[in-house]
Design a protein around this ligand. Structure first.
Ligand SMILES: [Zn+2]
Length: 282
């Protein structure tokens, strides 16, 4: 149920992208799109900034008006775009109205069971599809070797954060890869591609041989693609290497790593080397 809800969110967002005639990055003017989508429901939209206690955003529906409040501490336009897309997701997917909340903060929330709908994940999937549409980015994501370059390109082209862009890349890549975000020396969240069948444990401590861990040991990381032992990221004894391309935020003291399992490492790690039927999640 969790997965089918997310797939449905993607499908609905893609329908909107098509209906809105979005065929180039410059068509994605999120405020104008929000107004049009809300108008279709017969509502007037107000987008305001306000103090929200620790939350990112809130949706309020009253009579013929819908108000989206975005926390005034959200200053960068990339986060604002994603947050707005997220709230539109809640609205267009007919979610029950939720109290003001943090978006994408999975470090404190309990893992969602597979048989329960995850409204937050659905709203994120909707936002991701709307702000970085499948029709415009899917082709870019069919590349090997895998590194952070395409994610940076998505971020620049669509005005999104490198985090949202890296997740988007991993969602669409046919390669065995994952975008892994770490803070406090631990894995905070991870988005694996469909073909990466060996999971990366959330909240695991960073392994000393990962590039991400160097941020904590040396205060800086090598921001080039590097081969690291597979055991740096996976629960395995296989003596093979995977590729890690990482970037650190000194301001937030976090690291984003893009991991890639090349063909020669797949079999020792128990993953299919070929014949994998990549199903894009229509
Ligand atoms: Zn939400």
């Amino acid at each position: 149920m969790r997965q089918s809800g997310i797939q449905n969110a993607r499908r609905v967002a893609r329908e909107h992208v098509k209906r809105l005639g979005i065929s180039a990055p410059e068509h994605i003017r999120i405020d104008a799109i929000a107004k049009r989508l809300v108008a279709r429901l017969g509502l007037k939209l107000r987008i305001i900034e306000g103090p929200l206690d620790g939350a990112d955003s809130q949706l309020i529906r009253r009579l013929g008006e819908l108000t989206i409040i975005i926390a005034d501490r959200i200053k960068d336009t990339a986060s604002r775009r994603f947050v707005l897309g997220h709230e539109l997701g809640h609205l267009m997917l007919d979610h029950p109205l939720l109290p003001s909340h943090r978006i994408g903060d999975t470090s404190t929330s309990a893992p969602t069971a597979h048989d329960v709908r995850d409204y937050e994940a659905e709203a994120n999937a909707f936002s991701s599809e709307l702000t970085m549409p499948y029709v415009l980015v899917n082709e870019w994501c069919s590349v090997a070797p895998v590194n952070l370059n395409v994610a940076w390109r998505i971020a620049r082209t669509f005005g999104m954060s490198i985090l949202a862009s890296a997740r988007r890349f991993a969602e669409l890549s046919p390669e065995r890869c994952a975008a892994v975000f770490s803070s406090h020396r631990k894995v905070t969240w991870c988005t694996e591609s469909a073909s990466l069948t060996l999971p990366i444990e959330r909240r695991r401590n960073l392994h000393e041989s990962s590039i991400a861990c160097a941020f904590w040991s040396n205060g800086a990381i090598d921001e080039r693609e590097r081969h690291v032992p597979a055991r740096a990221w996976f629960d395995t004894h296989a003596d093979v290497e995977v590729v890690e391309h990482a970037t650190a935020s000194h301001e937030f003291r976090t690291v984003l790593s893009m991991l890639w399992v090349p063909d020669h490492a797949a079999e020792p790690l128990g993953m299919a080397t070929h014949g994998f039927e990549f199903r894009n999640r229509e």
